[in-house]
Ligand binder design. Sequence first.
Ligand code: FES
Length: 110
Amino acid sequence: MTEHTVEFVGTGERITVAETETILSRCLEEGIAQEYSCRVGMCLACSAEILEGTVTQPAARGLTEAEAERYALTCMARPTSDLKLERGKYPPSIEEDIESANGDTAAADD
Ligand code: FES
């Protein structure tokens, strides 16, 4: 079984993940506080930016093809090399949705 090291920048957490398992499932087993919700590649709650390395994530339906090269949906992504990930980083498309939602909320409070 081929395994890879996954390092989370900022926290220094490091785990070993087999190519046959998802990054999220290993995080949960290791007690790492990786956010998630749907666990089926749709909500993007588990997104992380790929700083180094590669993953395979054919079922990450919430990402465009271009986004899937820079972001990993950890509930779907399996490592194909050692990785450096930054958790809590989302593709620009969802960042715009969040900013827009926050703007709406602020306006509603006025
Ligand atoms: S938990 Fe929803 S996309 Fe991963």
